[in-house]
Design a protein around this ligand. Structure first.
Ligand SMILES: Cc1cc2nc3c(=O)[nH]c(=O)nc-3n(C[C@H](O)[C@H](O)[C@H](O)COP(=O)(O)OP(=O)(O)OC[C@H]3O[C@@H](n4cnc5c(N)ncnc54)[C@H](O)[C@@H]3O)c2cc1C
Length: 405
């Protein structure tokens, strides 16, 4: 039996696997996909996420394959446009998820995790012990047959539509707003600069990120639902949205699409406070708010690390208090950002609020710059860098002392 079975080899699953394998735990990571695989995302790694990757010694290979991002440009229509640069010592990255996720997975394998692609998990195995329900493994189909995979701890890192979280009733889609995303790669031989872009319009927004190789990642997030003809012809919808936008029309009028767009939705997922022993959720599976603030990867990377710490606690001391501690930690570290995201998500849904915000940004661009820094998790980056420095200094001191012992 595995000590820990992690379902989903996205950033949350791979980081959890790396941390656990480094701690000497027998960890198996499974994914229904084979890697490298595409994943619809804005492809920006903000400053806070990068600092956490660096603390985990996972940043170096990622930086080698990425473009540096120095901040964000936010536009609100009617000429409102604010560029917010990250403070001089901080930066983010732009890297396709095909590359990023493969690099993080390879780090997990290198650390000692066993990886199995092509394993599609269908449900958690729930057993009854001493009157309490707990997860004791999963049922999954692989290579044409269905197996049960027992594990002492299951980490559900299976993304927004998490089979495990939805299956057990720990997640639901919020009633409103219901937005869908269309993401594509376009040729972009003359990128606008070294910033990511967020173009906020009534009820919708368009994110743009320059990627290595003269390519732009373009994501349109708009109100929609299943059966919407706009989603059936995603390329036509994407082109129409770009052509209707005075700022983007000329840049992408003749740009070639690198491959067919990916469609995904509804984007937001709410996770409740529920839990079940045996199962720990991480990344989008633990709740995904809205991609507008471009910080889902921080929740995934840091959330994967927290899930690994919780799994270690459960393996060593049992499940008492594990979920309460994890929920507290997630609230402390993520709570303010979740609230910020909810306010923005509501603002975008109301045309009058978008107009008001555009007006405010014209008279008070400093406020928007502060929001860009906050969205970029610059405070988290600072705190992580300082904590890392002091740990390194402590290690050096201990090593120096031990030479004299
Ligand atoms: C339009 C859009 C733009 C975004 N832009 C950004 C951005 O610029 N910056 C940022 O930080 N965040 C962004 N995000 C958020 C970010 O993409 C997610 O937060 C991040 O991918 C979460 O990582 P994860 O590991 O939790 O899940 P995922 O990356 O979704 O990985 C989940 C893995 O689980 C596997 N899986 C799923 N179900 C099963 C199953 N039943 N059995 C086995 N395997 C399974 C999948 O194949 C996948 O590999 C964006 C999101 C969207 C929708």
């Amino acid at each position: 039996m595995d000590d820990v079975l992690i379902v989903g080899a996205g950033p949350a699953g791979s980081v959890a696997a790396t941390v656990l394998a480094r701690a000497g735990v027998r960890v198996r990571l499974v994914d229904r996909a084979s890697f490298p695989r595409d994943k619809l995302c804005g492809d920006t790694v903000n400053a806070g996420t990068l600092a956490i990757l660096s603390r985990l010694r996972l940043a170096a290979p990622v930086e080698r394959h990425a473009l540096r991002i120095d901040g964000m440009v936010v536009t609100g229509g009617r000429g409102a446009s604010v560029e917010g640069r990250y403070p001089a010592d901080l930066y983010g990255l732009a890297i396709s998820r095909r590359v990023l996720d493969e690099l993080l997975l390879q780090e997990a394998i290198h650390a000692g995790a066993t990886f199995e692609p092509g394993v599609s998990v269908q449900a958690a195995t729930v057993t009854q012990a001493g009157g309490a329900r707990r997860v004791s493994g999963v049922t999954a189909s692989a290579r044409g047959s269905v197996h049960t995979w027992p594990a002492r701890v299951v980490v559900g890192a299976d993304g927004r539509r998490s089979t495990l979280a939805f299956g057990i009733g720990l997640a639901a889609h919020p009633a409103a707003p219901r937005r869908w995303a269309i993401g594509a790669y376009l040729e972009d031989p003359r990128p606008a600069g070294s910033c990511g872009e967020m173009h906020i319009r009534s009820g919708r927004y368009i994110g743009v990120a320059p990627l290595p190789g003269g390519i732009a990642n373009v994501c349109v997030v708009k109100p929609s639902g299943p059966g919407d003809p706009d989603l059936r012809d995603a390329e036509a919808t994407l082109r129409r949205e770009l052509n209707a936008d005075p700022l983007l029309r000329d840049r992408y009028a003749t740009a070639r699409l690198i491959r067919p767009p990916i469609v995904l939705g509804p984007v937001a997922v709410d996770a409740g406070d529920g839990y079940i022993d045996g199962l720990i959720l991480a990344g989008d599976a633990a709740g995904f708010i809205d991609p507008m603030t471009g910080d889902g990867l921080r929740f995934a990377v840091r959330g994967g690390e927290m899930a690994a710490a919780s799994a270690l606690l459960a393996l060593e001391h049992g499940w008492a208090g594990v979920h309460a501690r994890l929920a507290r930690q997630r609230r402390d570290e993520f709570g303010a950002k979740w609230r910020f995201n909810r306010v923005l998500r509501t603002t975008v849904a109301w045309p009058s609020l978008v107009r008001l915000a555009a007006g405010i940004s014209r008279v008070s661009p400093g406020l928007v710059r502060a929001m860009i820094e906050y969205a970029g998790d610059c405070g988290v980056a600072r705190a992580t860098i300082i904590a890392k420095r002091s740990t390194t200094e402590d290690t050096k001191d201990t090593e120096a002392e031990s030479q004299f012992l």
